[in-house]
Ligand binder design. Sequence first.
Ligand code: 5AD
Length: 354
Amino acid sequence: MLLPMEMNNILKIIEKLEKEHSLTVEEYEYLIDGRTEETAEIIAEKARKVREAIYGKSVYIRGLIEISNICKNDCLYCGIRRSNKLCDRYRLSEEEILDCADEGYALGFRTFVMQGGEDGSFSDEFMCSVIRKLKEKYPDCAVTLSIGERSRESYERLFNAGANRFLLRHETADKEHYEKLHPEGMSFETRMECLRNLKEIGFQTGCGFMVGSPFQTTHNLALDLKFVEEFKPQMCGIGPFIPHKDTPFKDYPPGTAELTCYLLSIIRLIHPNILLPSTTALGTILDGGREKGILAGANVVMPNLSPISVRKKYMLYNGKISTGDESAEAVRNLAERMKSIGYEIVNDRGDYKE
Ligand code: 5AD
């Protein structure tokens, strides 16, 4: 319970955020630390209202194709990190990727997200060829990439081949914290430069971070929010950190659905138009988590279109949901869940609305 004074301060900060779409880092900290069930419901209600004014009750779906779990990086939190010798590696062929898209198109998907580890064999030539074929076959669809850090020239080639969007979570906006989550050789500056390049090139760009990652403080989260505010991404992916048993972070506690949803509401108020997914990690940490995310202001879900045979191999964290469902089954299930809370999955590219 908050004292009436504190409650009043929080309400004032929420009102300022609603009006100005900007807070100081200290105000973000106060908003995070001072949250209660009551203030979370107040901010969620405002977030829903803002989201519904722009996107109505529509929930956009993105068909996620996990193209490879081979990765040259060694992020300490991630199940497909290079050092995880227990990870059974795979890479989809161009034909397999296009087959996933065929299945997705028939199910109503109009955005395909190709996501993978930083697999050295995904040359510009290979990626551009897949992008071109996808766009030729499905000119009414958007192509999103989530394949990590590359040179500016490479990003330009992918964009010129027809890719529309790019997701690259910044993971944390605090350099010191970044260095605790990543091994030497991975750099905070490079990550941020990649994000700036993507946006300048013209991609609809998504950043994002994990909630409750090891060593994360309220100050770190406030910096994440400030970064989201200033960078003005078209998309932002956030989900709870969930430990993976074969990583150095296996014994760290997971993040919570509660804080994730609260942050989703804040982000919706920062950028009313943002495309905000209710993530698989949120649905994994809590049954009904994705519904809660939508009710907190999210407007996107990303069901899996990967071949069933590789689903279990793309384990970034333990317990990932719907690794056994047929894509069609997963979409029906999700559509039902969205309907139960008064929202509706739509067959639309779901572009960012200016
Ligand atoms: N828990 C939650 N999210 C994770 N990711 C990677 N490992 C984990 C984990 N253990 C997220 C990262 C990455 C995205 C593809 O998945 O934020 O950017």
